[in-house]
Design a protein around this ligand. Structure first.
Ligand code: PMT
Length: 401
């Protein structure tokens, strides 16, 4: 599996080797990876946010708050990443990592990370050989992290010995090797998976619509994960900012519920698994005004008519398909989800509740419960990529029964 499409979180700490990270970022971006950089406050003495963000094409974070007051969530950053690389990792940052001294964004993010962590130490040779550094590196390895050893040569101090951060090429090869050797099992090889994603927009007039907050993230994560497992994926999405570049995923963009229904049934007979993560508008305006509605009166009454229930129709026409629905609830969550499982003739339903922080719309995270007619399983708050894995693991387990 290539590095393309992977999410790489680079944490830069304050050492002269930080200048080499520009080359590493450029290399990852060229290979098609998404790169997010965070830095310790001291790292800013060595490299600028401007140069790093120009190369990574994303804002660079050094603190929990940006200047405009936005909160840079260490948890979301950590859960987003497929791998985290701490490079250069100074003696100070290494020590904080292994002892849990959580006093900056880099360490808080590191301590929230569930992904593999790679450490590229860089320091002067005596510091590198010091028993405390040796011990800290050993501890890092005992946590399961990969240490990319410092190389020998001339150091910034003028001394010659081991301590130079590994060259960007070496770090990049290590990460390449990691992804190549962690190819996911092709457990959905030969299966066709149809996924609905995003919102639907129901036009009122040429400029306005009724819509909702769905970002499409959950559906796109499911599509990516199903593709990684070897499935052919038909992704039918309402208007979103999400993109996907994957040869196994056929993306069909639609706008309204009626268009989504028509697109689903172009493929329905030949799919093995259907997953409805779209937030479909339940109602649409009865009439779509040909011209922009003028604001002549104090009140405007809209007549709405029920949209087709796409998933219910899929359930009614089910022959061999395994159907997964979603339930987005705000109250009586479990009861409502189980009701939808029955009413729509589903095999499984994924419940997310807007009462759980970090769950549902827009966030990069979700918290779900899965129900079948006989089982219930509850999951922790996770990135939507991880949630997609849990859902597909559950689907696969059901298919084996
Ligand atoms: O897109 P994100 O920002 O990542 O957010 C993800 C999500 C919150 C949208 C997603 O996790 C989710 O919960 N999707 C379903 C939202 C929803 O419309 O739930 P519902 O309980 O109203 O609908 C139940 C099921 O019927 C859903 O599978 C839905 O796709 C389907 N449905 C609903 C109405 C309709 N007219 N046609 C349908 O197919």
């Amino acid at each position: 599996m290539s590095i393309s499409g992977k999410k790489i979180l680079i944490a830069i700490s304050g050492g002269i080797a930080a200048y080499k990270i520009h080359f590493l970022i450029r290399d990852f971006v060229k290979k098609g990876a998404e790169v997010q950089v965070i830095m310790t406050p001291d790292a800013e003495q060595f490299v600028t946010k401007l140069s790093i963000s120009t190369l990574s094409k994303k804002p660079v974070y050094t603190d929990f708050y940006s200047d405009n007051g936005t909160w840079n969530s260490h948890v979301e950053l950590a859960l987003w990443a497929d791998v985290m690389i701490v490079a250069p990792c100074t003696a100070n940052t290494l020590s904080k990592m292994v002892h849990g001294m959580c006093d900056n964004l880099v360490i808080a993010t590191y301590m929230s990370a569930k992904c593999p962590v790679f450490i590229a130490p860089a320091m002067d040779l005596d510091m590198y050989m010091h028993p405390s550094t040796r011990k800290n590196l050993e501890m890092a390895e005992s946590f399961g992290h990969v240490v990319i050893p410092a190389e020998s040569g001339e150091l910034a101090s003028g001394l010659i010995g081991q301590g130079r951060m590994a060259e960007p090429e070496t770090i990049s090869n290590t990460i390449d090797h990691f992804f190549n050797s962690h190819q996911e099992a092709q457990t959905l090889q030969g299966k066709v998976v149809l996924i609905t994603a995003g919102p639907t927009y129901e036009a009122l007039d040429p400029v306005r619509f009724i819509g909702n907050h769905s970002s499409g993230k959950m559906g796109f994560s499911l599509a990516e994960e199903a593709s990684k497992r070897g499935a052919k994926v038909i992704l039918i999405s309402g208007p979103t900012a999400q993109t996907i570049n994957d040869k196994n995923v056929e993306l069909h963009k639609i706008t309204s519920a009626k268009e989504m229904l028509a697109k689903v049934f172009e493929f329905y007979d030949n799919i093995d698994i259907g997953i409805a993560s779209a937030a479909v508008a339940d109602y649409a305006p009865k009439e779509v005004a040909k011209e922009k509605i003028k604001k002549n009166d104090e009140n405007l009454t809209l007549e709405l008519v029920k949209n087709p229930d796409i998933l219910k129709t899929m359930g009614e026409k089910k022959t061999h398909q395994f159907l997964v629905g979603f339930a987005l609830e705000t109250q009586n969550e479990e009861e409502n989800a189980k009701g939808k499982l029955e009413k729509k003739n589903l095999d499984m339903i994924v419940l997310n509740s807007l009462r759980d922080e970090g769950a549902g719309f827009k966030n990069d995270t979700n918290k779900i419960k899965i129900f079948t007619r006989t089982e219930k399983k509850e999951f922790d708050l996770k990135s939507k990529d991880e949630v997609a894995k849990d859902i597909l693991n559950f689907v696969e387990a059901q298919l084996l029964k």
